[in-house]
Design a protein around this ligand. Structure first.
Ligand SMILES: [Zn+2]
Length: 548
């Protein structure tokens, strides 16, 4: 009896009676869940709330406890066993897979209890993200929120949610090759991506202007390739700024840390090593793997470089494979991106080794030589259990059998690849280039050009209507790309990426028929308060952003 009384007391303390109120308007969730049903009342999170983790759910329970700790100042106890009043229950139930897929979840909030159920850990994580978004925006704060205002009462409205993503690939690309971004910033970006249920971060690690990944077997790649003599001047890119840039690169230890940090947030780091073009920084270090033999310097202007890898040279192919081998050791990603874009084939036309290869392999032209090279890389990656993905230029000489295409020059390449039975990620310059301007006219920062306002990103439909129904399953998802020729600093990445990445998150997560731009803008306004709490330098919602 005493025990019962004690329990009752605990319950009364941990679950303050919420005033009865009518079911409120739907909370500002971004991306919008598949199904939301508002209920009466609310759940109050307090230091007495216990996280009850079912079998296999302990890791996600700890993760949620960590996420809640910084803003609330209390770390919830993680327990196993029977759910009790005032607790948050995380349940892994494999039988939900047929209903919710690998990333879906059910979230139930009642005054007594929060329940998150999913078939896989990713679903529990996303249920936790949605639960956090039901709480005041201060829950996203990167520092302790002192209980000084009503907003600091950690109260979530009662709700029943069932949710799962439309696409498995919900990506962003960051280009640390043109301008480098430290691991701390990538961690911040991963945190903010996770808040949007984005799950792939492609790192464009190499380009003409810089090699940013340490490779043990070829130390000169970073000793020489990670430093350029100067950069194009800001607002005057035709001239150099006279300032050495670098050496900047990621060490294997830093990459392993980032991979683990991303995995804890259910984000895959997808490495991109550009082969055979955009390769000048590598050739500056190892000119013997070019067609002419060099010498070369790391490129100091933006744009495309004519000197690329020589596929006529067996040693050059071994060089590329060795690099990819170390990349596979560092990155567990199933997909390894080999670039493949904007590779001028003029040098190959003049190169005796390349021409000998063409003849020996019975290839008709240099485009087929690139396909031949891709085939070697694809076989090598397959031997390590990985899949090759590349920009849509890899279609030009015919796709290799297992290649996945990232369609950037419009969606046509993606349509062709999907029609031929290849998987596709849509990332066209018409909707997904987040280095383009967000508004026209003065007042916007210098950028590469183009115009992709928020509404254009939101309007993107990754599945082209002309693609026949049976082929639509090949569209894996969508990705927004932050190229950084004109983006130097982390806060500038944030300005270009957000809130467009929030629109992209909804494109990739929410059923097409549930999308509505006016409704999105209303939710986004509230969502921006979460971004404020995380210190994200997003572009403010002005008249341009609100334009329908
Ligand atoms: Zn050659």
């Amino acid at each position: 009896m005493l025990r019962t009384l004690l329990l009752l007391t605990v319950c009364l303390v941990s679950v303050p009676v919420a005033p009865l109120r009518a079911a409120s308007s739907p909370p500002a969730l971004v991306p919008k869940p598949v199904r939301v049903e508002m209920k009466h009342g609310s759940f109050v999170l307090s230091e007495k709330t216990v996280l009850v983790a079912g079998a296999g759910a302990r890791g996600e329970a700890r993760q949620l406890a960590d996420a809640l700790k910084t803003p609330t100042g209390f770390r919830l106890r993680v327990a196993s066993g029977r759910p009790r009043a005032g607790c948050i229950v995380l349940t892994l139930d494999r039988s939900l897979a047929s209903r919710l897929g690998t990333e879906g979840y059910q979230l139930s909030v009642t005054p007594e209890r929060v329940s998150i159920r999913a078939a896989e850990a990713a679903g529990l994580f996303y249920g936790g993200v949605t639960f956090r978004h039901l709480l005041p925006p201060e829950i996203c704060s990167t520092s302790r929120v002192m209980p000084i205002s009503g907003a600091a009462t950690w109260r979530a409205p009662c709700v029943e949610i069932e949710d799962q993503p439309r696409f498995p690939w919900r990506g962003l690309l960051l280009d640390p090759a043109r301008h480098f971004f430290p691991p701390e910033f990538i961690k911040k970006l991963l945190d903010v991506m996770a808040l949007h249920k984005l799950n792939a971060l492609q790192l464009h690690l190499t380009d003409d202007q810089g090699w940013r990944l340490e490779i043990r077997k070829y130390p000169r790649l970073t000793q020489i390739g990670s430093l350029r003599p100067e950069s194009p001047k800001r607002r005057d890119p035709a001239h150099g700024d006279g300032t050495p840039y670098g050496p900047f690169f990621y060490s294997p230890k830093q990459i392993r840390e980032l991979v683990a940090y991303a995995a804890a947030r259910h984000v895959t780091l997808v490495p991109e090593i550009e082969i055979p073009g955009h390769f000048r920084a590598a050739l500056a270090a190892y000119p013997e793997f070019s067609c002419t033999g060099g010498p070369f310097a790391v490129r100091t202007r933006w744009g495309i470089e004519p000197d690329i890898l020589c596929p006529g040279n067996d040693a050059a192919i071994a060089f590329a494979k060795d690099i990819l081998g170390e990349v596979c050791e560092l990155f567990p990603s199933r997909f390894i991106h080999i670039g493949g874009d904007e590779a001028p084939r003029d040098r190959w036309k003049q190169c005796p080794k390349c021409q000998a290869r063409l003849k020996a392999e019975g290839l008709k032209n240099e485009a087929q030589l690139q396909t031949w090279l891709n085939h070697r890389l694809e076989e090598y990656l397959a031997s390590k259990g990985r899949r090759l993905i590349g920009w849509d230029e890899i279609l030009e000489g015919g796709l290799t059998p297992g290649a996945t295409v990232m369609s950037w020059r419009g969606v046509e390449g993606g349509i062709a690849a999907a029609a031929a039975g290849h998987d596709v990620v849509m990332s066209p310059t018409t909707h997904c280039y987040f280095d383009y301007a967000q508004a026209q006219g003065a007042g916007e920062p210098e950028c590469i050009g183009g115009f992709i306002p928020l509404r254009t990103v939101y309007a993107f439909e990754p599945v082209p209507p002309t693609l026949p129904e049976p082929k639509r399953k090949h569209i894996l998802g969508a990705q927004g790309n932050v190229w950084t020729e004109f983006i130097w600093l982390p806060q500038e990445v944030e300005y270009f990426a957000f809130p467009r990445a929030a629109a992209l998150a909804e494109v990739a997560w929410t059923p097409a028929e549930s999308k509505n731009y006016d409704d999105f803008l209303t939710r986004l306004e509230a969502h921006c308060r979460r971004l404020d709490q995380r210190g994200v330098n997003y572009r403010r919602l002005d008249a341009e952003a609100r334009q329908r």
